[in-house]
Design a protein around this ligand. Structure first.
Ligand code: CA
Ligand code: CA
Ligand code: CA
Ligand code: CA
Length: 196
């Protein structure tokens, strides 16, 4: 009877391990590419570091081309868009000082900063509707609702509030049928809540 040398066994085992790792790495790589393809990143205007001191300090409105310093913005109003985040906070969190909900995920900038990130350490991005990339919006994650997913990104219809997917005036997290616009009977009393 012949026996396989231990070194040969170890080498064989290492090779198998490497092949398994390679297959795993390839799979992960493919998954990442698929995810990037399925979640087109919206492009948001950015704060810029005009004097190259390492800190962002100016906001450029891409539609008009106007550039504002923080002082310019504060001269208009400390919270221009009324979203509960001061211009300075919008700078800190890279959100748009002229837009109520920069990433359109249903959490207004002030709530995303104060309630979610500072209050609950959620680490949401103010410029990504789905920070962790699981196709559930940051709004729905904040409220513990995982019923509606957006594998192709948020739907692009005018006036959408992504916390109310089916547009029946019930937010996803209180809508038992979040994808059924004809059923908004959250308390199951047989009467649509908008008629009660
Ligand atoms: Ca604001
Ligand atoms: Ca804002
Ligand atoms: Ca938001
Ligand atoms: Ca998510």
């Amino acid at each position: 009877m012949t026996s396989t040398p231990v070194a040969q066994l170890n080498a064989h085992s290492s090779l198998n391990g490497f092949r398994k790792f390679s297959r795993h790495a390839w799979w992960l790589h493919s998954l990442l590419i698929a995810q990037l393809a399925l979640s087109p990143m919206p492009s948001y205007p950015q704060w810029a570091d005009s004097d190259s001191d390492g800190n962002s300090d100016t906001w450029t409105d891409l539609s008009s081309g106007t550039t504002y310093s923080l002082t310019d913005l504060d001269a208009i109003n400390a919270d221009i868009d009324g979203d509960g985040a001061t211009n300075e906070e919008e700078l800190t969190w890279s959100s748009n000082p002229f837009v109520y909900d920069t990433d359109g995920d249903g959490l207004k900038d002030g709530d995303e900063i104060h309630l979610a990130n500072i209050g609950q350490s959620r680490g949401f991005s103010l410029v990504q509707w789905d920070t962790d990339g699981n196709f559930v919006s940051d709004h729905d994650e904040f409220y513990g609702s995982y019923q509606v997913t957006y594998p192709d990104g948020l739907p692009a219809f005018s006036g959408a509030t992504y916390s109310d997917y089916d547009g029946d005036e019930l937010k996803n997290h209180v809508d038992i049928y979040p994808e059924d616009p004809l059923n908004n009977d959250a308390d199951l009393d047989g009467i649509n809540d908008t008629e009660e």
